[in-house]
Write a protein that binds this ligand. Structure first.
Ligand code: URP
Ligand code: ZN
Ligand code: ZN
Length: 472
């Protein structure tokens, strides 16, 4: 069995920082300590940080929506993730329009055969009847222990309170975790109709028709439903101060509620949507204000927010002009589909590869969070919440050897040319980053070395997750 000894690295986990050696044997971490292993390949890591591979719990790969498809698939999205230090992603499966969950589950299993890093699945629950409710526990047996519901997208994805409550109760009974996309769908319907009638078609109207208060009201209502269902609940893509206030209120009052935010909500505002290229920033819920950016940082600093996902759902800005990807020309219809109507702009932004380098620079280098908090937010907390710990998110002997050798001194002028997303733009174009992966291992295989891709199509494994995971 192949042995790799990483010597004299500084091991950074969610709880401690220790200078030590780490031995990989095959796919696993086998020992940590002052080690002498004559038959091992040695990597000198003095001055470098050794961290668990990142876990991004929120990505949308190869997802048909808005008359197109998200432009990263399970190969390209995993590759992009790995360049930024992430070795596991959890992708969302849409519920089929009719029939059993098994239909889209089989479809997604097939799509993911080309996955380049390890992956799990969440299942969307966007339609309800007795058969659907009865089938939910079988998902847990398949290792899909998380169910996403929406309080927006009326008539398409939204479940009403009655059905959310039903799903939450079944989830709680079977150790599953409901995830909720919180916005007020009713208010959005009215505001969108009025905006279009008034001839407002520009991207900024996407934000103006989805007020922050709708997210806040939806988070509070979701929290109260979860409490009544005696279920834990996880709020995806938290974007506002008033939403964070509801998260804090719920947690302080004994609701088992956890929250994720995503990097763009820490950096960008509605002003970005008002730019001529504002469509690049369109996702739901939208970017808000600088006050919201600052508030979310406080939520990360004080532990009110447990995870940093990305909601990676990339589209081309100009899907009529091909980019070169692995030697081939690729163009996929994107944001231009909504050039005359903001409601037709595909909702979503790229970000799976940006997450760790951007958070390191703006969080750790700036002194807002410690390196240990960085590991907790980008890897360990999600592994715990989503039933993958300690196999993922840890540096313990026996864990998968998903390891990032992180160079805290490396400076990079970031942008689309460095990020490996399969799209034609990057939200952080021109940002000066400090701290970047030198090497990334997936289960003992070196998949990225100094910005070179060494991974392969199909080397990612499906992660069957266990029910009854932790509530943080
Ligand atoms: O705009 C977004 N976020 N697109 C992806 C779907 C979702 O709601 O997470
Ligand atoms: Zn969502
Ligand atoms: Zn999403």
């Amino acid at each position: 069995m192949k042995k790799i000894l990483i010597k004299d690295g500084t091991l950074v986990t969610a709880s401690e920082t220790v200078k030590n050696d780490l031995l990989i044997e095959g796919e696993k971490i086998s020992a940590i300590g002052k080690l002498n292993v004559p038959d091992a390949e040695v990597i000198e890591a003095n001055g470098l940080l050794i961290m668990p591979g990142g876990l991004d719990p929120h990505v949308h790969l190869d997802l048909p929506m808005f008359d197109t498809v998200s432009s990263d698939d399970h190969y390209t999205g995993g590759k992009a993730a790995a360049f930024g230090g992430t070795t596991t992603v959890i992708d969302f499966i849409p519920q089929p329009d009719e029939g059993s969950f098994q239909i889209t589950l089989d479809e997604w299993k097939q799509k993911a055969e080309k996955a380049s890093i390890d992956y799990g699945f969440h299942m969307n629950v966007t339609r309800m009847d007795k058969d659907v409710l009865k089938e939910i526990p079988s998902l847990a047996i398949e290792g899909i222990t998380t169910l996403k519901m929406f309080t927006a997208y009326n008539g398409r994805l939204r479940l009403d309170d009655e059905n959310m409550f039903r799903v939450m109760r079944v989830a709680a009974e079977h150790g599953m975790l409901p995830l909720v996309h919180c916005e007020n769908g009713d208010v959005i319907e009215v505001l969108v109709e009025e905006a279009l009638q008034a001839g407002h078609t520009e991207p900024v109207w996407h934000a103006r028709t989805r007020p922050s208060w709708g997210a806040a009201d939806s988070i509070l209502r979701t929290a109260m439903l979860a409490k009544q269902a005696e279920a834990p609940v996880y709020i995806v893509h938290l974007n506002t101060r008033v939403g964070l206030d509801q998260v804090r209120y719920a947690r302080a009052n004994g609701v088992k509620l956890m929250a994720e935010t995503c990097p763009p909500y820490l950096f960008f505002t509605e002003e970005h949507l008002a730019r001529p290229d504002g469509a690049k920033w369109i996702c739901s819920p939208p970017m808000r204000s600088e006050e919201d950016n600052r508030a979310l940082w406080t939520g990360l600093e004080d532990g009110s927010i447990q995870t940093m996902g990305t909601d990676h759902c990339p589209f081309f800005y100009d899907g009529t002009t091909p980019i070169e990807y692995e030697g081939e020309k690729v163009a996929i219809p994107g944001k231009e589909l909504g050039k005359d109507d903001f409601t037709k702009i595909p909702n979503g932004t790229p970000g799976v590869g940006d997450r760790m380098p951007v958070l390191w620079t703006s969080g750790v280098v700036s002194g807002r969070i410690s390196p240990n908090e960085f590991v907790a937010l980008t890897s360990t907390n999600a592994a715990r919440i989503f039933g993958l710990y300690p196999r993922k998110g840890s540096l313990m002997p026996g864990a998968d050897a998903d390891i990032v050798v992180w160079n805290p001194c490396k400076k990079v002028e970031y942008g689309a040319a460095i990020a490996q997303h399969r799209t034609d733009y990057n939200l952080y174009e021109g940002m000066e980053l400090q701290g970047f992966p030198d090497m990334v291992f997936l289960r003992g295989n070196l998949i990225v070395e100094k910005q070179q891709w060494l991974g392969k199509r199909g080397m990612g494994q499906f992660l069957k997750r266990s029910p009854g995971a932790e509530v943080l």
